[in-house]
Design a protein around this ligand. Sequence first.
Ligand code: KIV
Length: 270
Amino acid sequence: MSASAPLSSKPVTVPDFLSARARGVRLTMLTAYDYSMARLLDEGGVDAILVGDSLGMVMQGNANALTVTLDEMIYHTRCVARGIRRSLLIADLPFMTYQLNPEQALSSAGRLVKEGGAHAVKLEGGVRSVAAVEAIVRADIPVLGHVGMTPQSVHRFGGFRVQRDADRLMRDAKAIEQAGAFAIVLECVPAELAGRITQSLSVPTIGIGAGVGCDGQVLVVQDVLGMYGDLHPKFVKQYADVGGQIRQAVRDYCQEVKAGTFPDATTSFH
Ligand code: KIV
């Protein structure tokens, strides 16, 4: 395992993902939606940055991701692309930009690459999304699949619920692998089942609420940093209280401006 090996400055590629398991390397992925966060995550050494349609919730304040548009995804992807030196950049295809037919899927994916600067795209669904994955991959745009609790299906599921139908999940993951995806996100799948699905695939799995048996892990960066309190999924581990630090910094700033102690001589022109 190279968990503590020094970071290479070489850009992470799709072939690096495909060979990760053979190299004994676990894959790291976080979301980002803007330049300065992307820059920090890239410098921190994350393998891939996902411009997730979760931006509908954490950036736009909506209850789910369904209203996010392709133009909004392109805008945020372009901002993130400017902050990246090493990480692989993956952008989500938002709801109803790939479901109509394979031509729509390819056209939407092409815009994320050409206008947004994405290296790869992600789309949700198993068997039902095979034709879309095939069309996009045929144009040499790498596709990250996403099965299990697919957030764009929130109304069908009746909420963000753990998915336990082993036969369906296995069938979905294999169909997406067969269609040409280079990796598959498994979301909210019991750990033992996610491990079994992973072992049955030759492409890597990236878990979120899917236990340690996946080949890698993805989380929403605002959850990791304690910057978004609207939801508290069981699978999140918070690594810092940046939200708390921001609130304290704002209180300090307001207090000093009101007291007349900022600006002072060192921050003024003479
Ligand atoms: O939209 C998103 O951020 C995602 C990941 C959390 C997997 O789909």
